[in-house]
Design a protein around this ligand. Structure first.
Ligand code: ZN
Length: 187
């Protein structure tokens, strides 16, 4: 219902869509108060932290490209250093979010390597499987893969993530890296 409302709003009144479905703001983050896009791919609300954001971005991109899968189009990442900035995109509880292939929003709690890698893995999933298929794929695959292949150092994750990671790792061992995307399409 909400989605239909959003589509109608997008057709007839883009401004209403903007207000109704906040994650779409990642399309034009510079319109969110205090956020500026320093480059095509890095937007930030505290420009004094640009160097740190750029390092995190490049390291995560290198890691994911070499150990998970090549990235077709580099994702835009919005680095929020305040919760207010993060909430402007409609998020509260999570530490970070990936909106299809549109972009990634990082909360002040997620400025670290494995969070960035985790979200970039979601971006790759959406590129490889398509946004709809990725959205419909089982959580144990989506989240399990992101926690596992990002090399998240936490030995115990909050449930159900712990089970998702274990289930993904078992599945991944049986399908292998070569057949990962082909098999993922059948899930
Ligand atoms: Zn995730």
């Amino acid at each position: 219902m909400l989605k239909r409302l959003f589509l109608i709003a997008l057709l007839f009144c883009p401004a209403a869509a903007w207000a109704l479905y906040k994650p779409m703001r990642v399309l034009a983050p510079q319109l969110v108060a205090g956020v500026s896009c320093t480059t095509e791919t890095i937007c930030i609300d505290d420009t004094t932290r640009y160097g740190e954001a750029e390092r995190l971005y490049n390291d995560a991109l290198r890691f994911v490209s070499s150990s998970v899968a090549s990235i077709e189009k580099r994702p835009r990442v919005v680095f929020c250093s305040t919760e207010t900035c993060f909430q402007s995109f409609g998020f509260t509880k999570s530490a970070a979010n990936t909106v299809g292939v549109v972009g990634i929003i990082i909360s002040p709690r997620a400025w670290n390597q494995y969070y960035l890698r985790h979200e970039m893995i979601h971006h790759v999933q959406a590129e490889r499987l398509g946004v709809y298929k990725q959205w419909r794929s089982p959580n144990w695959f989506k989240e399990g893969m992101a926690y596992s292949l990002s090399e998240d150092p936490r030995p115990i994750l909050v449930d159900p993530m712990q089970q998702y990671r274990a289930r993904f790792e078992e599945w991944y061992q049986s399908v292998g890296k070569e057949r990962l995307w082909e098999e993922a399409k059948n899930l």
